[in-house]
Design a protein around this ligand. Structure first.
Ligand SMILES: [Zn+2]
Length: 442
């Protein structure tokens, strides 16, 4: 079989009724290419006694085993340095996970992979209103973190002027602000956390965010964008703030349109499933579960039924923008980030949402989980506030808001501005580091 690679264009050409046909047409060659060129799949599928030729449509896909991040890590340990998932392809680019736990996970790309992912970024930014008239400041960490480069190139493909300032680690936050103002930046790429941090620094130094800057779009990726955080970014900067969902293993699977109501799934480039995280059985559209993805275009490191660990639902109702792709609900959280507090499941995003409703709190916060001497779970939420006097009514209000959101009680403590953000090094990071779970050390 000739395994012609798929080229993804920035423009969306498929109607909703053409998507199943398109996916069915490609799935057989995706599976055969992985079988022939990627030892990771050949070995796993052989162990499960799967005949790859029996996968002829998207419906057959569920015969293949789901794999997780832990399987990639085990494969890397068994086959150093790059593992057996990369496959037998000529690769020109290595990007990696940001290494929030342990070593960075390398993912290799062919020239075509890179072309496709940057095209998907051009699509995202275009649907978020970016045009050739824009000046796009990319304030992500330019290192192994892939969206720094791919979003920059996506902006260039739209004809915009791309400005790679990098994260606060290489261009300090005050300089970022000066450049944004002096060079007339209209679009900025940052993590949601850094957008709030930059706003706080700007205000501290006497900038008027709406008068001194001309930023009309902020695009985010790398961490779940909580709705309350988005609203705060939009209010502060007077701009639109958009969420984009992806990872180094997957590329650029989902994006928000101007209606900001869930993220459209690139169904011409991936197959998306939601499964029960325990039984791995499929769950219907609208119901929450674990997201499982299959890439249709990737040559190197293809993903075939990859359970990335995020909890969300797929919405199949049409969007007001008219796009034919279904949408992914906002991510509730990662399975790995889920906390069990006195038997209640708590996602850090829910605590973040409660905190964002208090405009007097600075953007940084920390969630500390521990055990008391009698073995009960203890939950503390630390937040920063300008005026530490007269805080006790505020503490009670915050504790009440958190209880409403998560259903269990937290001890709230307030700290001076900078005492948490300094510790967390917000300007340089690519992922939230909000949780300190001391129980894990026991
Ligand atoms: Zn839409």
């Amino acid at each position: 079989m000739e395994l012609a690679p798929l080229q993804i264009e920035p423009a969306i050409r498929l109607s909703a009724s053409e998507i199943p046909q398109h996916q069915d047409r490609l799935i057989q060659s995706v599976v055969m290419r992985a079988w022939e060129k990627v030892d990771f799949y050949r070995q796993r599928w052989s162990e499960h006694q799967i005949d790859p030729e029996s996968i002829r449509s998207v419906t057959d896909l569920k015969k293949l085993p789901i794999f997780r991040k832990q399987d990639i890590e085990a494969d890397l340990a068994a086959h150093p340095p790059f593992g057996s998932l990369q496959g037998n392809f000529h690769c020109v680019r290595l990007q990696g996970s940001s290494g929030s736990t342990g070593k960075p996970k390398p993912i290799l790309h062919t020239r075509l992979d890179w072309e496709n992912i940057t095209n998907l970024w051009a699509r995202r930014l275009s649907m978020q209103g970016v045009t050739a008239a824009d000046r796009v400041q990319v304030a992500f960490n330019f290192a192994l973190f892939i969206p720094s480069f791919t979003s920059l190139e996506g902006a260039m493909k739209l004809g915009a002027l791309a400005i790679p300032t990098g994260s606060g680690a290489v261009t300090p936050s005050l300089r970022q602000l000066e450049l944004a103002r002096d060079w007339g930046v209209t679009v900025m790429g940052t993590t949601g956390g850094y957008a709030l941090h930059l706003a706080a620094i700007a205000q501290e130094h006497g900038y008027d965010l709406k008068r001194d800057f001309n930023i009309r779009v902020m695009y985010h990726t790398g961490e779940p964008l909580v709705e309350e955080t988005r609203r705060r970014i939009e209010e502060l900067w007077g701009c639109k703030s958009y969420n984009n969902y992806g990872s180094v293993e997957t590329g650029a699977p989902a994006w928000e349109c101007v209606h900001q109501n869930g993220m459209h799934l690139n169904e011409d480039a991936y197959i998306f499933e939601i499964v029960d995280p325990v039984t791995l059985e499929p769950v219907p559209d609208g119901q929450e579960g674990a997201l499982v993805m299959t890439s249709l275009f990737k040559e190197a490191a293809p993903i075939i039924r990859y359970m990335i660990g995020d909890i969300a639902a797929i919405w199949s109702e049409p969007c007001a923008c008219g796009c034919s792709f279904r949408r992914l609900s906002p991510i509730r959280g990662r399975i790995d980030d889920m906390l069990k507090i006195r038997g209640t499941v708590v996602y850090p995003t829910a605590i973040e949402a409660a905190l964002r409703t208090f405009p007097m709190l600075a953007p940084e916060f920390r969630i500390v989980v521990d055990r008391t001497h009698d073995g009960a779970d203890y939950l503390e939420v630390q937040a920063e506030v300008q005026d530490l006097a007269e805080t006790s009514p505020l503490v009670n209000l915050i504790a009440h808001a958190i209880k409403q959101k998560i259903g269990c009680t937290a001890v709230v403590t307030l700290h001076a501005i900078g005492s948490l953000s300094g510790h967390e090094n917000v300007a340089a990071r690519t992922k939230n580091r909000y949780v300190v779970d001391k129980r894990k050390k026991l």
